[in-house]
Design a protein around this ligand. Structure first.
Ligand SMILES: Cc1cc2nc3c(=O)[nH]c(=O)nc-3n(C[C@H](O)[C@H](O)[C@H](O)COP(=O)(O)O)c2cc1C
Length: 277
């Protein structure tokens, strides 16, 4: 079996459809397809110099209209531990050498307008989204660069379950909110592939088409359960829905989406300077 097929099999549980799909061992794009989150970190520290390089890669990401509407907080160890304790269920936050928080930042633009004597009239849903996307893309650039340097990373949106406390702890003013945290450090294991939906479901040619979704999902569940079965006691919302003997990614996803998550987010964000008009 070729390395290329190994990668496709690992990622999708499927063989690559094209013989000339262009993947070579050691190529950056192969490393990207092989990426997985890291939740187990060793004690080796990420040096300040390496961190500076990775942050430069993050800041090299594209940004909407070159407005660069995001900020990155490099947490102190005490803040990292505090956030880990707040969340409670994710010890990898404290274990990682570094914990960053990628924030959408509308405030800087507001200040720039003030400095230059203009009214900032873009406190809108569009700005909220642009700033959020900027932060997310910068985080992904950091993740990719970190992977090339042998580091593992894990995004942590759980910081948004504690918005007020996290904003307080990091001194985030109105107009700046945490999109996601990110752990970074040297991995102690290889992690494992989380099998992705097949490209036939996610990639549409010409027009959107989900006619075969149910069949595709059934086949995806079978493939995924083969390599990543979910134990009955790990099924989601067991108390409400009980144990299903037809459990896979699809049932897990449906159960997760059947309960509202982070219900207070909208109210918090409106009270934190974003009008979302
Ligand atoms: C925006 C975002 C938020 C996430 N939040 C968390 C989190 O709070 N805790 C965590 O352990 N993993 C978190 N993850 C990691 C996902 O669970 C992980 O990417 C997914 O299970 C697929 O695994 P893989 O990245 O190894 O392929 C997050 C990922 C993203 C992109």
């Amino acid at each position: 079996m070729t390395f290329r097929n190994d990668l496709f099999l690992g990622r999708f549980g499927l063989k690559s459809r094209h013989e000339d799909a262009d993947l070579g061992l050691g190529e950056p794009v192969s490393a990207m397809i092989g990426r997985r989150v890291c939740r187990n970190y060793g004690r080796e520290e990420v040096s300040d110099g390496l961190l500076e390089t990775l942050l430069a890669a993050a800041q090299s990401a594209p940004a909407k209209s070159d407005l660069q509407q995001y900020s990155i907080i490099v947490t102190e160890k005490a803040q990292q531990d505090r956030i880990s304790a707040m969340i409670g269920s994710m010890p990898w936050i404290a274990d990682a050498s570094r914990f960053l928080v990628f924030c959408a930042d509308m405030r800087r633009g507001q200040r720039i307008c003030e400095i230059r004597g203009y009214d900032h009239v873009n406190n809108t849903l569009d700005t909220f989204m642009n700033a959020t996307v900027d932060a997310a893309i910068a985080m992904m650039a950091f993740i990719t660069a970190a992977g090339f340097k042998g580091l593992g990373t894990c995004p942590v949106s759980a910081v948004r379950a504690h918005m007020e406390a996290v904003c307080d702890l990091l001194g985030l003013p109105k107009g700046v909110y945490p999109v996601a945290g990110l752990t970074a450090g040297y991995p102690t294991d290889d992690g494992r592939f989380a099998l992705r939906l097949p490209p036939s479901v996610v990639v549409h040619h010409g027009t959107y088409d989900d006619n075969d979704l149910e069949n595709e999902l059934r086949a995806y569940d079978v493939r995924r359960n083969r390599v990543q079965p979910i134990a009955p006691e790990k099924q989601m919302h067991l108390n409400d829905y009980g144990v299903s003997d037809d459990y896979g990614w699809t049932e897990n996803t449906a159960r997760r989406l059947s309960k509202r998550e982070r219900d207070a987010f909208g109210a918090f964000i409106r009270g934190h300077g974003f009008d979302l008009d």
